[in-house]
Design a protein around this ligand. Structure first.
Ligand code: GLN
Length: 532
């Protein structure tokens, strides 16, 4: 019999309360009790996936092993849980409608009128239950994006209402709200929480547990009041107070007894306490760094740091492995020129050039890389960052002054970054992207091979253009070496300059494979080079 338990997490009052972090923290606590857990995010927007969204809209697009372009919360899930997610872990309204409309065209609904209820809600329910099939997980946590009261999330809430009815004791709902502190009154206010719960009740869903985001401790009288007005038991009013690090949230949730209440309510038999030994060691090290280093992050979305979420977290985690605190200097690529590059890059111990698409800021990235190369400053280039390193080397070392990527200059006389032949005739942009996990073989003795400590790796990709192998010999004769290659098609995945202190450009995205308990070797290697 399938015994999977389902937990739904909704949010009220306002967005940005940290629903993703609370969901990931609960999942972490359950996993630390040896339960098999996964988390899923339902996004109410109509895009099929966030792949085509500008990072200003929704921050980073996170890529899974199976090549799904997903919400950045999946990055948190993977970093907290040390698991791999997949397309099934991120569903959007667009995807739900696309599937229903395809079925309608195929005649699956046998001439019936296709409606939000039951067709859309059934599709949503199927996407939720899919993860619980095959008895792969003991617990499936489903985070509903958006805020209760939004028109666009109504079908998701309705699906939750129906599932609560169907699944009975095998599911529960957690509602995340805000308890604001009014300085003028000197008081914490419960009314927004009451209203938000009322709204949820109007939609037919009674939350079982309330997680209340707050800047101040919730005393017993406030908790009692919330419990009384919202029909939840007192031990189910959980405070979520601002934390110094997102990685401290699982411990705060444990202190509040969130995992205990969940286990009791769902009647799960498991060990008495979560095993958080490794997690605590990480926090202990994070709180007591022995060193501090400064890394310059050059990108075009530096005003919105969520655009580089996984890179920032990966550096932070790699810092902890190196017993040091990584401080970031955000540098807008558009503002870097040959005249100001030295000033822009002062005070940093290493340079990271970020991924990206399109022309904007690309010359600034190239200037920054030139500076790092000429001044023996440790460098890590990711995806477009790697491609810029190749262009810079071609222009300034190989003297191919017009070298470029065809993404920016389709007519360049030296397309050192190009489309592969078989991509050239595809007109649908999505169809030409290399997405998801691919093999890579490393050259012995390279920065990469020394960091990974092995020769065969798998990394995730998200790009359209590639190093142009027609130029490879010329590059290698003159000091830039391909130290990582795809064994199946010979595509260059990593370039390095062995005479440089630590200069590594990677075509893939190591930031998608870094987690708290398994920090990424390449980030560890880079931070270590910056530290020395
Ligand atoms: N724009 C480049 C490409 O499509 C790099 C993409 C990226 O940095 N993710 O190849």
């Amino acid at each position: 019999m399938n015994n999977t338990k389902y937990i739904f997490v909704t949010g009220g009052v306002t967005s940005s309360l940290g629903k993703g972090i609370v969901s990931a923290s609960l999942a972490k606590l359950l996993k630390a009790r040896d339960l098999r857990v996964t988390i899923q995010k339902l996004d109410p927007y109509i895009n099929i996936d966030p792949g085509t969204l500008n990072p200003y809209e929704h921050g980073e697009c996170f890529v899974t092993n199976d090549g799904a372009e997903t919400d950045l919360d999946l990055g948190h899930y993977e970093r907290f849980l040390d698991i791999s997610t997949s397309q099934a872990n991120n569903i959007t309204t667009g995807r739900i409608y696309q599937s229903v409309i395809n079925k309608e065209r195929q005649g699956v609904y046998l001439g019936k009128t296709v409606q939000v209820i039951p067709h859309i809600t059934n599709e949503i329910k199927d996407s939720i239950k899919l993860l619980g099939e095959n008895n792969e997980y003991d617990v499936v946590i489903t985070e509903i994006g958006g805020t209760i009261g939004d028109i666009e999330s109504l079908p998701f809430v309705e699906a939750v209402r129906q599932l609560k009815w169907e699944l009975k004791q095998n599911c529960l709902t957690i509602h995340l709200t805000l308890v604001p502190y009014l300085a003028a009154a000197g008081e914490l206010k419960t009314k927004p929480t009451q209203h938000s719960v009322k709204k949820l009740q109007e939609l037919g869903v009674q939350p079982d547990i309330l997680v209340c985001r707050t800047e101040h401790n919730l005393e017993k009288d406030i908790r009692d009041k919330i419990a009384r007005f919202c029909n939840v038991s007192e031990d189910s009013v959980i405070q979520s107070i601002d934390a110094k690090s997102i990685y401290a949230v699982p411990l705060l949730m444990q202190e509040e007894g969130l995992d205990k209440v969940v286990i009791e309510k769902l009647n799960i038999q498991t060990k008495e306490f979560p095993d958080l030994k490794k997690w605590n060691e990480f926090l202990e090290k994070q709180n007591n760094p022995k060193d501090e280093i400064h890394i310059g992050l050059v990108g075009k979305y530096v005003e919105l740091q969520d655009s580089y979420k996984s890179i920032v977290e990966s550096l932070d985690i790699a810092g902890v492995s190196n017993s040091c605190k990584v401080k970031l200097k955000w540098i807008s690529s558009e503002k870097v020129t040959s005249k100001n590059v030295e000033k822009k890059l002062t005070g940093i111990d290493g340079l990271l050039v970020a991924p990206g698409f399109g022309e904007r800021g690309i010359e600034g990235k190239i200037e920054a890389i030139r500076f790092a190369r000429e001044n023996d400053l440790p460098f890590l280039g990711i995806c477009l960052g790697m491609q810029c390193a190749v262009i810079e080397y071609a222009r300034n070392v190989l003297d191919l002054k017009k070298a470029h990527t065809v993404e920016v200059d389709a007519e360049t006389s030296h397309p050192v970054i190009d489309l592969m032949e078989d991509q050239k005739n595809i007109s649908d942009m999505g169809g030409t992207m290399r997405l998801g996990e691919y093999d890579c073989e490393l050259k012995d003795g390279s920065n990469a091979q020394k960091s990974y400590g092995k020769r065969s790796i798998k990394e995730r990709h998200r790009h359209r253009y590639e190093f142009n192998n027609k130029y490879l010999e010329f590059f290698e004769e003159n000091g830039m070496i391909a130290t990582g290659k795809n064994p199946n098609n010979d595509l260059v995945e990593i370039v390095e300059i062995p005479t440089h202190k630590w200069f590594t450009g990677v075509q893939f995205h190591p930031e998608y494979k870094s987690s708290v308990e398994t920090p990424h070797p390449l980030f560890i290697g880079f931070v270590n080079a910056c530290k020395n």
